[in-house]
Write a protein that binds this ligand. Sequence first.
Ligand code: NAD
Length: 257
Amino acid sequence: MSLSGKTAVITGSNSGIGLGIAWELARAGANVVLNSFTDNEEDHALAEKIAKETGVTARYIKADMSKGDECRKLVEEAGACDILVNNAGIQHVAAIDEFPAEKWDAIIAINMNSTFHTMAAALPMMRKAGWGRVVNVASAHGLRASPFKSAYVTAKHGVVGMTKVAALETAKETITVNAICPGYVLTPLVEKQIPDTAKEYGISEDEAVEKVILAKQPSKEFATVEQIAGIAVFLCSSAADQITGTTISADGGWTAS
Ligand code: NAD
């Protein structure tokens, strides 16, 4: 499948799942725009490496997804946005009565509100181009809850709801809007949760992985970044033309029960 001539904007893509999706979309021929809130040499080097190894055009644009105007500016600066991947996300683990209000605000802004702002900027560009794909990286936590993750679960449920609304609004326009709902994928975001989870439950880090983190994932295996990226590329293919307004789970059976 070739996505050549298409431009993909992937939020939060200097690490983990977002970076993996950028690589796979580039391998499928799309020009890619990488993003995060930093502006380091390493960020730009990632784009250069993708361009060199795949032959597509790759750029890195700094924009803070906690700020609505920067979300919109990212899409505008990209100049084209045939594929929008809303992936930027953070996590904080604490009981509701101990949850810092600023962490709540940041998670809601980055994990949920950014998706509204980037879509608001990208959908008119997709309409003009006559084709578009929005892939929202939600989570199994967009479909199920866990204790101590109030902001994350709220934001991801919001993203799943917004995905359905956007799909209905674009249903007749050769634009599809879907969400991927991964279970646990071993990325820096999850690695950071291991000590926090161990602390919340008063257990060791090994026990936190086995008894808490993968407790809900019946396969007892982490999903891989490459698997999630493969789903994103599939959603951009013509085989997925009639898939819109839905979620694709990659959670080792978590949401089966
Ligand atoms: P990660 O920490 O490796 O990546 C998160 C990305 O978001 C990074 O590139 C980071 O720089 C970026 N980011 C954070 N704050 C930002 C901001 N203010 N502005 C712009 N970019 C920002 O984590 P990951 O595991 O790759 O997570 C990616 C997405 O996948 C998130 O939305 C996460 O909720 C979701 N997800 C992850 C898992 C998992 O198990 N890892 C499971 C389900 C869903």
